[in-house]
Write a protein that binds this ligand. Structure first.
Ligand SMILES: [Zn+2]
Length: 471
Protein backbone atom coordinates (compact mmCIF):
# COMPACT_ATOMS: atom_id res chain seq x y z
CA UNK A 1 0.00 0.00 0.00
CA UNK A 2 1.30 3.43 -0.94
CA UNK A 3 -0.31 5.70 1.60
CA UNK A 4 0.02 9.42 1.35
CA UNK A 5 -0.72 11.47 4.42
CA UNK A 6 -0.87 15.21 4.85
CA UNK A 7 1.88 16.09 7.30
CA UNK A 8 1.23 19.30 9.22
CA UNK A 9 4.98 19.57 9.85
CA UNK A 10 5.76 20.07 6.16
CA UNK A 11 2.27 21.23 5.10
CA UNK A 12 2.13 18.77 2.24
CA UNK A 13 1.07 15.25 1.43
CA UNK A 14 3.93 12.83 1.87
CA UNK A 15 4.47 9.14 1.28
CA UNK A 16 4.04 7.39 4.55
CA UNK A 17 6.72 4.81 5.25
CA UNK A 18 6.77 3.55 8.84
CA UNK A 19 9.93 3.49 10.91
CA UNK A 20 9.65 -0.26 11.38
CA UNK A 21 8.42 -2.13 8.34
CA UNK A 22 4.90 -3.50 8.81
CA UNK A 23 4.33 -1.67 12.10
CA UNK A 24 2.81 1.74 12.82
CA UNK A 25 3.19 3.70 16.05
CA UNK A 26 0.46 6.28 16.59
CA UNK A 27 -0.10 8.68 19.46
CA UNK A 28 -3.41 10.53 19.54
CA UNK A 29 -4.20 13.23 22.10
CA UNK A 30 -7.07 11.96 24.19
CA UNK A 31 -9.86 13.79 25.99
CA UNK A 32 -9.65 15.90 29.12
CA UNK A 33 -12.23 14.13 31.22
CA UNK A 34 -14.23 16.89 32.92
CA UNK A 35 -17.41 16.93 30.84
CA UNK A 36 -19.61 14.93 28.50
CA UNK A 37 -18.07 13.83 25.19
CA UNK A 38 -19.25 15.96 22.28
CA UNK A 39 -19.35 15.88 18.52
CA UNK A 40 -15.80 17.27 18.25
CA UNK A 41 -14.51 14.22 20.11
CA UNK A 42 -16.46 11.93 17.78
CA UNK A 43 -14.94 13.55 14.72
CA UNK A 44 -11.38 13.30 15.94
CA UNK A 45 -11.50 9.76 17.27
CA UNK A 46 -13.53 8.36 14.35
CA UNK A 47 -10.90 9.86 12.02
CA UNK A 48 -7.96 8.24 13.76
CA UNK A 49 -9.84 5.00 14.31
CA UNK A 50 -10.50 4.85 10.56
CA UNK A 51 -6.83 5.50 9.82
CA UNK A 52 -5.91 2.72 12.21
CA UNK A 53 -8.44 0.34 10.66
CA UNK A 54 -7.11 1.14 7.19
CA UNK A 55 -3.58 0.26 8.28
CA UNK A 56 -4.77 -2.93 9.93
CA UNK A 57 -6.83 -3.92 6.89
CA UNK A 58 -3.63 -3.61 4.86
CA UNK A 59 -1.77 -5.91 7.20
CA UNK A 60 0.05 -3.43 9.42
CA UNK A 61 0.40 -3.99 13.13
CA UNK A 62 -0.72 -0.76 14.79
CA UNK A 63 0.24 0.39 18.25
CA UNK A 64 -2.32 3.07 19.02
CA UNK A 65 -1.55 5.04 22.17
CA UNK A 66 -4.04 7.53 23.55
CA UNK A 67 -3.90 9.45 26.79
CA UNK A 68 -6.60 10.47 29.19
CA UNK A 69 -5.92 13.91 30.62
CA UNK A 70 -6.99 13.59 34.22
CA UNK A 71 -4.94 16.42 35.68
CA UNK A 72 -3.19 19.61 34.64
CA UNK A 73 -5.35 20.93 31.79
CA UNK A 74 -5.94 24.54 32.72
CA UNK A 75 -9.12 26.44 31.83
CA UNK A 76 -8.52 28.49 28.69
CA UNK A 77 -5.21 26.65 28.15
CA UNK A 78 -3.33 29.38 30.04
CA UNK A 79 -1.06 28.79 32.98
CA UNK A 80 -2.66 30.93 35.64
CA UNK A 81 -6.20 29.54 35.38
CA UNK A 82 -7.81 26.71 37.25
CA UNK A 83 -7.42 23.00 36.50
CA UNK A 84 -10.53 22.00 34.48
CA UNK A 85 -11.06 18.81 36.49
CA UNK A 86 -10.58 20.56 39.82
CA UNK A 87 -13.09 23.23 38.75
CA UNK A 88 -15.70 20.64 37.74
CA UNK A 89 -15.13 18.78 41.01
CA UNK A 90 -16.10 21.93 42.92
CA UNK A 91 -19.24 22.36 40.80
CA UNK A 92 -20.36 18.74 41.28
CA UNK A 93 -19.07 18.58 44.87
CA UNK A 94 -17.20 15.35 44.31
CA UNK A 95 -13.56 14.31 44.36
CA UNK A 96 -11.57 15.32 41.23
CA UNK A 97 -10.48 11.70 40.82
CA UNK A 98 -14.16 10.72 40.74
CA UNK A 99 -14.82 13.44 38.14
CA UNK A 100 -12.07 12.09 35.89
CA UNK A 101 -13.30 8.52 36.27
CA UNK A 102 -16.94 9.45 35.70
CA UNK A 103 -16.29 11.31 32.45
CA UNK A 104 -13.76 8.78 31.23
CA UNK A 105 -16.54 6.20 31.43
CA UNK A 106 -18.91 8.46 29.50
CA UNK A 107 -16.18 8.98 26.92
CA UNK A 108 -15.48 5.28 26.36
CA UNK A 109 -19.17 4.46 26.37
CA UNK A 110 -19.77 6.93 23.51
CA UNK A 111 -16.70 5.69 21.60
CA UNK A 112 -17.81 2.06 21.98
CA UNK A 113 -21.17 3.00 20.49
CA UNK A 114 -19.37 4.63 17.55
CA UNK A 115 -17.33 1.44 17.16
CA UNK A 116 -14.07 3.28 17.83
CA UNK A 117 -11.63 0.54 18.77
CA UNK A 118 -10.11 0.87 22.23
CA UNK A 119 -6.51 2.12 22.11
CA UNK A 120 -3.77 -0.48 22.28
CA UNK A 121 -2.58 1.50 25.29
CA UNK A 122 -4.86 3.93 27.13
CA UNK A 123 -2.74 5.90 29.58
CA UNK A 124 -3.49 8.52 32.24
CA UNK A 125 -1.42 11.52 33.20
CA UNK A 126 -1.81 10.71 36.91
CA UNK A 127 -0.27 7.28 36.30
CA UNK A 128 2.93 8.80 34.88
CA UNK A 129 3.96 11.39 37.47
CA UNK A 130 7.36 9.73 38.01
CA UNK A 131 8.21 9.84 34.30
CA UNK A 132 6.89 13.40 34.06
CA UNK A 133 9.14 14.52 36.93
CA UNK A 134 12.07 12.79 35.18
CA UNK A 135 11.55 14.67 31.93
CA UNK A 136 11.11 18.00 33.72
CA UNK A 137 14.31 17.37 35.67
CA UNK A 138 16.13 16.62 32.43
CA UNK A 139 14.91 19.90 30.92
CA UNK A 140 15.99 21.78 34.05
CA UNK A 141 19.41 20.08 34.04
CA UNK A 142 19.97 21.00 30.41
CA UNK A 143 18.99 24.62 31.05
CA UNK A 144 15.82 24.53 28.91
CA UNK A 145 13.51 25.13 31.84
CA UNK A 146 13.57 27.27 34.96
CA UNK A 147 12.00 27.18 38.38
CA UNK A 148 10.49 30.32 39.86
CA UNK A 149 10.25 31.56 43.44
CA UNK A 150 6.58 30.56 43.52
CA UNK A 151 7.57 26.93 42.92
CA UNK A 152 6.44 26.70 39.29
CA UNK A 153 8.65 25.23 36.57
CA UNK A 154 8.40 26.72 33.08
CA UNK A 155 9.81 25.70 29.74
CA UNK A 156 11.97 28.51 28.36
CA UNK A 157 10.54 28.87 24.89
CA UNK A 158 13.38 31.02 23.58
CA UNK A 159 15.67 27.99 23.90
CA UNK A 160 13.83 26.23 21.07
CA UNK A 161 14.45 28.02 17.82
CA UNK A 162 11.78 26.09 15.84
CA UNK A 163 8.91 26.97 18.15
CA UNK A 164 5.78 27.67 16.11
CA UNK A 165 7.18 26.16 12.92
CA UNK A 166 4.22 23.83 12.34
CA UNK A 167 1.42 26.27 13.09
CA UNK A 168 3.24 29.14 11.41
CA UNK A 169 3.06 31.20 14.59
CA UNK A 170 6.27 33.06 15.23
CA UNK A 171 7.25 34.01 18.74
CA UNK A 172 6.91 37.71 17.91
CA UNK A 173 3.33 37.26 16.73
CA UNK A 174 2.23 35.29 19.75
CA UNK A 175 3.99 37.76 22.02
CA UNK A 176 1.88 40.64 20.85
CA UNK A 177 -1.33 38.61 20.73
CA UNK A 178 -1.63 37.10 24.17
CA UNK A 179 -0.45 39.52 26.80
CA UNK A 180 -3.58 39.38 28.88
CA UNK A 181 -3.04 36.03 30.57
CA UNK A 182 0.60 36.32 31.45
CA UNK A 183 1.42 34.58 34.69
CA UNK A 184 3.40 36.90 36.92
CA UNK A 185 6.41 34.66 37.43
CA UNK A 186 7.15 33.79 33.78
CA UNK A 187 10.10 35.25 31.91
CA UNK A 188 8.05 35.36 28.73
CA UNK A 189 4.36 34.86 28.00
CA UNK A 190 4.93 31.85 25.70
CA UNK A 191 6.91 29.96 28.32
CA UNK A 192 4.61 27.20 29.45
CA UNK A 193 4.18 25.37 32.72
CA UNK A 194 5.85 22.01 33.13
CA UNK A 195 5.03 21.84 36.84
CA UNK A 196 2.62 23.93 38.84
CA UNK A 197 2.99 24.51 42.54
CA UNK A 198 -0.20 23.48 44.35
CA UNK A 199 -1.68 24.96 47.47
CA UNK A 200 -3.62 23.09 50.15
CA UNK A 201 -6.88 23.49 48.24
CA UNK A 202 -5.53 21.33 45.46
CA UNK A 203 -6.29 17.65 46.05
CA UNK A 204 -4.45 16.31 43.01
CA UNK A 205 -0.84 17.07 43.90
CA UNK A 206 2.36 15.10 44.22
CA UNK A 207 5.73 15.57 45.89
CA UNK A 208 8.57 16.34 43.51
CA UNK A 209 12.10 17.77 43.63
CA UNK A 210 10.46 21.09 42.65
CA UNK A 211 7.94 21.00 45.49
CA UNK A 212 4.35 19.81 45.96
CA UNK A 213 2.43 20.28 42.78
CA UNK A 214 0.99 18.85 39.61
CA UNK A 215 2.15 18.63 35.99
CA UNK A 216 1.25 21.01 33.18
CA UNK A 217 -0.88 19.69 30.32
CA UNK A 218 1.65 19.52 27.46
CA UNK A 219 4.32 17.49 29.27
CA UNK A 220 2.06 14.45 29.76
CA UNK A 221 1.81 13.75 26.03
CA UNK A 222 5.57 14.05 25.49
CA UNK A 223 6.18 11.66 28.36
CA UNK A 224 3.59 9.03 27.45
CA UNK A 225 4.48 9.08 23.74
CA UNK A 226 8.14 8.51 24.68
CA UNK A 227 7.33 5.77 27.15
CA UNK A 228 5.16 3.70 24.82
CA UNK A 229 6.40 4.60 21.34
CA UNK A 230 9.97 5.81 21.80
CA UNK A 231 11.63 9.19 21.23
CA UNK A 232 10.83 9.21 17.52
CA UNK A 233 7.65 7.57 16.24
CA UNK A 234 5.44 7.50 13.18
CA UNK A 235 2.26 9.51 13.66
CA UNK A 236 1.02 12.05 16.16
CA UNK A 237 -2.67 12.83 15.78
CA UNK A 238 -5.14 15.25 17.26
CA UNK A 239 -7.67 17.94 16.52
CA UNK A 240 -6.44 21.02 14.69
CA UNK A 241 -7.16 23.08 17.79
CA UNK A 242 -4.39 21.11 19.48
CA UNK A 243 -1.81 22.21 16.94
CA UNK A 244 -1.11 25.43 18.78
CA UNK A 245 0.01 25.67 21.49
CA UNK A 246 -0.30 22.05 22.64
CA UNK A 247 1.58 20.23 19.86
CA UNK A 248 4.14 22.99 19.40
CA UNK A 249 4.92 22.70 23.10
CA UNK A 250 5.17 18.90 22.87
CA UNK A 251 7.62 19.19 19.96
CA UNK A 252 9.75 21.77 21.78
CA UNK A 253 10.11 19.89 25.05
CA UNK A 254 10.47 16.40 23.50
CA UNK A 255 13.08 17.50 20.95
CA UNK A 256 15.22 19.19 23.59
CA UNK A 257 14.74 16.55 26.30
CA UNK A 258 15.43 13.59 23.98
CA UNK A 259 18.04 15.24 21.71
CA UNK A 260 16.28 13.86 18.68
CA UNK A 261 13.23 14.48 16.52
CA UNK A 262 9.74 13.74 17.83
CA UNK A 263 6.79 12.50 15.71
CA UNK A 264 7.57 12.12 12.00
CA UNK A 265 4.00 12.93 10.89
CA UNK A 266 1.56 15.26 12.59
CA UNK A 267 -1.98 14.61 11.39
CA UNK A 268 -4.77 17.00 12.38
CA UNK A 269 -8.49 16.67 11.85
CA UNK A 270 -10.41 19.87 11.26
CA UNK A 271 -13.13 21.43 13.40
CA UNK A 272 -16.84 20.86 13.61
CA UNK A 273 -18.92 24.02 13.26
CA UNK A 274 -22.62 24.56 13.90
CA UNK A 275 -24.21 26.98 11.46
CA UNK A 276 -20.75 28.23 10.63
CA UNK A 277 -19.88 28.91 14.29
CA UNK A 278 -17.06 27.12 16.05
CA UNK A 279 -18.49 24.52 18.40
CA UNK A 280 -17.37 24.64 21.99
CA UNK A 281 -18.47 23.94 25.51
CA UNK A 282 -17.69 27.50 26.51
CA UNK A 283 -19.67 28.84 23.51
CA UNK A 284 -22.77 26.97 24.67
CA UNK A 285 -23.41 25.28 21.31
CA UNK A 286 -21.64 22.04 21.97
CA UNK A 287 -23.52 18.93 20.77
CA UNK A 288 -23.42 16.26 23.39
CA UNK A 289 -22.88 12.78 21.98
CA UNK A 290 -25.17 11.03 24.40
CA UNK A 291 -28.14 13.06 23.18
CA UNK A 292 -27.19 12.67 19.54
CA UNK A 293 -26.67 8.92 19.84
CA UNK A 294 -30.02 8.48 21.52
CA UNK A 295 -31.65 9.96 18.39
CA UNK A 296 -29.50 8.44 15.66
CA UNK A 297 -27.97 5.07 14.99
CA UNK A 298 -24.23 5.48 15.83
CA UNK A 299 -23.43 3.94 12.42
CA UNK A 300 -25.26 6.83 10.75
CA UNK A 301 -23.30 9.42 12.71
CA UNK A 302 -20.04 7.64 11.91
CA UNK A 303 -20.88 7.51 8.21
CA UNK A 304 -21.87 11.19 8.32
CA UNK A 305 -18.50 12.11 9.81
CA UNK A 306 -16.68 10.06 7.17
CA UNK A 307 -18.68 11.60 4.34
CA UNK A 308 -16.53 14.67 4.91
CA UNK A 309 -12.78 14.62 4.45
CA UNK A 310 -11.09 14.90 7.84
CA UNK A 311 -9.13 18.00 6.82
CA UNK A 312 -12.19 20.06 5.86
CA UNK A 313 -14.34 21.91 8.33
CA UNK A 314 -17.52 19.97 8.98
CA UNK A 315 -20.58 22.18 9.37
CA UNK A 316 -23.00 20.00 11.28
CA UNK A 317 -26.70 19.93 10.39
CA UNK A 318 -29.37 17.46 11.41
CA UNK A 319 -30.66 17.61 7.86
CA UNK A 320 -27.28 16.33 6.66
CA UNK A 321 -27.48 13.53 9.18
CA UNK A 322 -30.97 12.60 7.97
CA UNK A 323 -29.67 12.41 4.39
CA UNK A 324 -26.84 10.14 5.50
CA UNK A 325 -29.43 7.95 7.21
CA UNK A 326 -31.04 7.31 3.79
CA UNK A 327 -27.69 6.34 2.27
CA UNK A 328 -26.98 4.08 5.22
CA UNK A 329 -30.33 2.33 4.88
CA UNK A 330 -29.70 1.70 1.18
CA UNK A 331 -26.42 -0.03 2.01
CA UNK A 332 -28.01 -1.96 4.82
CA UNK A 333 -30.99 -3.14 2.75
CA UNK A 334 -28.82 -4.22 -0.12
CA UNK A 335 -26.43 -6.18 2.08
CA UNK A 336 -29.29 -7.72 4.04
CA UNK A 337 -31.12 -8.86 0.93
CA UNK A 338 -28.14 -10.24 -0.89
CA UNK A 339 -25.57 -11.44 1.57
CA UNK A 340 -27.24 -14.56 2.78
CA UNK A 341 -25.31 -17.11 0.80
CA UNK A 342 -22.70 -18.86 2.84
CA UNK A 343 -21.36 -20.60 -0.24
CA UNK A 344 -18.24 -18.59 -1.02
CA UNK A 345 -17.55 -20.67 -4.14
CA UNK A 346 -20.42 -18.92 -5.82
CA UNK A 347 -18.45 -15.70 -5.74
CA UNK A 348 -16.61 -15.18 -8.97
CA UNK A 349 -14.93 -11.88 -9.80
CA UNK A 350 -16.73 -9.04 -11.54
CA UNK A 351 -14.26 -6.56 -13.08
CA UNK A 352 -16.50 -3.46 -12.83
CA UNK A 353 -17.03 -4.17 -9.14
CA UNK A 354 -13.36 -4.89 -8.54
CA UNK A 355 -12.53 -1.59 -10.18
CA UNK A 356 -14.79 0.21 -7.67
CA UNK A 357 -13.07 -1.54 -4.81
CA UNK A 358 -9.67 -0.58 -6.16
CA UNK A 359 -10.77 3.05 -6.49
CA UNK A 360 -12.08 2.92 -2.94
CA UNK A 361 -8.69 1.72 -1.67
CA UNK A 362 -6.85 4.33 -3.74
CA UNK A 363 -9.02 7.11 -2.33
CA UNK A 364 -8.38 5.90 1.20
CA UNK A 365 -4.65 5.76 0.51
CA UNK A 366 -4.76 9.34 -0.76
CA UNK A 367 -4.68 11.08 2.60
CA UNK A 368 -7.69 9.13 3.85
CA UNK A 369 -10.13 10.64 1.40
CA UNK A 370 -13.19 8.99 2.89
CA UNK A 371 -15.66 11.19 1.03
CA UNK A 372 -14.29 10.11 -2.35
CA UNK A 373 -14.00 6.52 -1.12
CA UNK A 374 -17.69 6.58 -0.20
CA UNK A 375 -18.63 7.64 -3.74
CA UNK A 376 -17.02 4.42 -5.03
CA UNK A 377 -19.08 2.37 -2.60
CA UNK A 378 -22.20 4.14 -3.86
CA UNK A 379 -21.18 3.33 -7.41
CA UNK A 380 -20.87 -0.32 -6.42
CA UNK A 381 -24.32 -0.18 -4.85
CA UNK A 382 -25.69 1.27 -8.08
CA UNK A 383 -24.22 -1.61 -10.11
CA UNK A 384 -25.71 -4.01 -7.59
CA UNK A 385 -29.16 -2.53 -7.91
CA UNK A 386 -29.08 -2.58 -11.72
CA UNK A 387 -27.70 -6.06 -12.31
CA UNK A 388 -30.05 -9.04 -12.46
CA UNK A 389 -27.19 -11.46 -11.85
CA UNK A 390 -27.79 -12.81 -8.35
CA UNK A 391 -24.20 -13.87 -7.94
CA UNK A 392 -23.01 -10.41 -8.81
CA UNK A 393 -25.41 -8.96 -6.25
CA UNK A 394 -24.03 -11.29 -3.61
CA UNK A 395 -20.48 -10.48 -4.65
CA UNK A 396 -21.15 -6.75 -4.26
CA UNK A 397 -22.93 -7.24 -0.95
CA UNK A 398 -19.98 -9.16 0.47
CA UNK A 399 -17.49 -6.47 -0.61
CA UNK A 400 -19.65 -3.62 0.70
CA UNK A 401 -20.06 -5.40 4.01
CA UNK A 402 -16.33 -6.01 4.28
CA UNK A 403 -15.28 -2.42 3.51
CA UNK A 404 -18.03 -0.72 5.50
CA UNK A 405 -17.38 -2.83 8.55
CA UNK A 406 -13.64 -3.25 8.54
CA UNK A 407 -12.44 0.08 7.14
CA UNK A 408 -15.28 2.54 7.73
CA UNK A 409 -15.89 0.83 11.07
CA UNK A 410 -19.68 0.54 10.81
CA UNK A 411 -21.31 -2.13 12.91
CA UNK A 412 -24.10 -2.95 10.40
CA UNK A 413 -25.75 -4.53 13.39
CA UNK A 414 -28.47 -6.42 11.59
CA UNK A 415 -25.82 -9.02 10.95
CA UNK A 416 -25.72 -10.16 14.52
CA UNK A 417 -29.23 -11.54 14.37
CA UNK A 418 -29.42 -11.79 10.63
CA UNK A 419 -26.47 -14.10 10.17
CA UNK A 420 -28.22 -16.77 12.19
CA UNK A 421 -31.53 -15.91 10.61
CA UNK A 422 -30.01 -16.26 7.13
CA UNK A 423 -28.47 -19.60 7.95
CA UNK A 424 -31.81 -20.93 9.14
CA UNK A 425 -33.58 -19.61 6.04
CA UNK A 426 -30.84 -21.22 3.92
CA UNK A 427 -31.52 -24.57 5.56
CA UNK A 428 -35.26 -24.18 4.96
CA UNK A 429 -34.67 -23.34 1.28
CA UNK A 430 -32.52 -26.45 0.87
CA UNK A 431 -35.14 -28.61 2.62
CA UNK A 432 -37.84 -27.19 0.38
CA UNK A 433 -35.78 -28.00 -2.72
CA UNK A 434 -35.39 -31.55 -1.52
CA UNK A 435 -39.12 -31.91 -0.92
CA UNK A 436 -39.79 -30.56 -4.39
CA UNK A 437 -37.37 -33.06 -5.92
CA UNK A 438 -39.22 -35.81 -4.06
CA UNK A 439 -42.50 -34.39 -5.42
CA UNK A 440 -43.66 -33.72 -1.90
CA UNK A 441 -45.32 -30.44 -2.82
CA UNK A 442 -47.52 -30.33 0.24
CA UNK A 443 -44.45 -29.87 2.49
CA UNK A 444 -42.53 -27.63 0.08
CA UNK A 445 -45.53 -25.31 -0.23
CA UNK A 446 -46.02 -25.44 3.51
CA UNK A 447 -42.44 -24.12 4.05
CA UNK A 448 -43.00 -21.34 1.50
CA UNK A 449 -46.38 -20.31 2.96
CA UNK A 450 -45.28 -20.41 6.58
CA UNK A 451 -42.26 -18.23 5.76
CA UNK A 452 -44.52 -15.82 3.90
CA UNK A 453 -46.76 -15.57 6.96
CA UNK A 454 -43.84 -14.27 9.01
CA UNK A 455 -42.80 -11.79 6.29
CA UNK A 456 -40.17 -13.78 4.41
CA UNK A 457 -40.94 -14.10 0.71
CA UNK A 458 -39.18 -16.74 -1.38
CA UNK A 459 -38.55 -16.04 -5.05
CA UNK A 460 -37.75 -18.92 -7.36
CA UNK A 461 -35.78 -18.35 -10.53
CA UNK A 462 -33.50 -20.32 -12.84
CA UNK A 463 -30.46 -19.35 -10.75
CA UNK A 464 -32.04 -20.60 -7.56
CA UNK A 465 -34.16 -19.30 -4.75
CA UNK A 466 -33.69 -15.93 -3.07
CA UNK A 467 -35.66 -14.36 -0.29
CA UNK A 468 -36.75 -10.96 0.86
CA UNK A 469 -37.57 -9.97 4.41
CA UNK A 470 -40.44 -7.49 4.72
CA UNK A 471 -39.71 -4.68 7.18
ZN1 LIG B 1 -1.57 15.82 23.71
Amino acid sequence: MNLKLYNSLTRKKEDFVPLVSGCVGMYVCGPTVYGMPHLGHARSYVTFDTLRRFFEYNGYKVKYVQNITDVGHIVGDVDDGEDKIQKQAKIEQIDPVAIAYKYENFYFDAMDKLNVLRPTISCRATGHIIEIIDMIQKLLDKGYAYKTEQGNVYFDIHKFKDYGIMSGRSLDETLSGQRIDIASDKKCNEDFALWKCADNGHIMRWPSPFGLGYPGWHIECSVMAKKYLGDTFDIHGGGIDNMFPHHECEIAQSTLANDTSFARFFVHNNLVTINGQKMGKSLGNSIDLQTLLSKYNPDVLRLYLLQNHYRSVLDFTEQGLAETQKIYEKFLDFIKNNAYSSDKNLLIAYPDVDECKMSFMESMADDLNTSLALSHLLQMLKIGNITSDLNEKRYIASILKDLLQNIFGLKLEFNITNNKESEIIDILIKLREQFKKDSNYAISDFIRDELKDIGITLNDSREGTTYKIEQ
